[in-house]
Design a protein around this ligand. Structure first.
Ligand code: SF4
Length: 203
């Protein structure tokens, strides 16, 4: 499975402290995409799913994380690997983002989707003109779908309380942001981060 990176504890992409993982590769072209660097098919690190699951399960256990969020890139471009990973993760709350609509996902994957271990989906392409600064979704057209009914309450409480926020992580000379940027800020933030990195490189 091609993975760009993961971060933890992430508190801005779903309820509770989570492990967030970004897959590499997306063939969609949403205008204003917040992570264009994750669209390339030739980046990231290719993991065997059992190894990856073992690694992530250890992180979940050791850091007592209560949820997993999988974003990208487009997770369903690696659907078989995604299903295998979600089935192997020892976590009851797995949230997956997809640029495809729920209807398309159901048509393509049917019952497999519901049995995959995925708890919640945020589906639909990002549309920058509908970015409403609300938490969890990038734009108002995106749909939150509960595949596990028992997660509904914790997400409802989270959505009622949460404001859109971001977290910054620094690792191996790189700056990573988790969370959905405020409307109109994605490109400005990218330029600011590049400036910080360039400054660090010359000092
Ligand atoms: S689906 Fe996500 S990663 Fe792909 S182009 Fe749209 S916003 Fe970017």
């Amino acid at each position: 499975m091609k993975v760009s990176h993961w971060l933890f504890p992430v508190e801005v992409l779903g309820p509770n402290a989570r492990l967030a993982l970004w897959v590499q590769g997306c063939r969609k072209h949403c205008a204003g995409c917040v992570s264009p660097e994750l669209r390339a098919q030739n980046g990231g690190i290719d993991y065997q799913v059992p190894e990856l699951a073992k690694l992530l399960n250890r992180i979940l256990r050791e850091h007592r994380l209560q949820g997993v969020t999988i974003s990208g890139g487009e997770p369903f471009e690696q659907a078989e690997e995604l299903f295998a990973l979600c089935e192997s993760l020892q976590c009851a709350d797995i949230l997956v983002y997809s640029g495809y609509s729920y209807r398309t996902l159901c048509r393509r994957y049917g019952a497999k989707l519901k049995k995959s271990g995925i708890g919640v989906l945020v589906t639909g392409p990002y549309r920058q003109e509908l970015n409403d600064d609300l938490p969890l979704r990038g734009s108002a057209n995106q749909q939150i779908v509960y595949l596990k009914d028992e997660l509904r309450e914790s997400y409802r409480a989270y959505l009622a309380e949460e404001k859109r926020r971001q977290q910054m992580f620094v690792a191996e000379d790189q700056i990573f942001l988790a969370g959905i940027p405020p409307a109109g800020r994605a490109e400005v933030q990218r330029a600011e981060i590049e400036k910080i990195i360039a400054k660090e490189a010359v000092s």
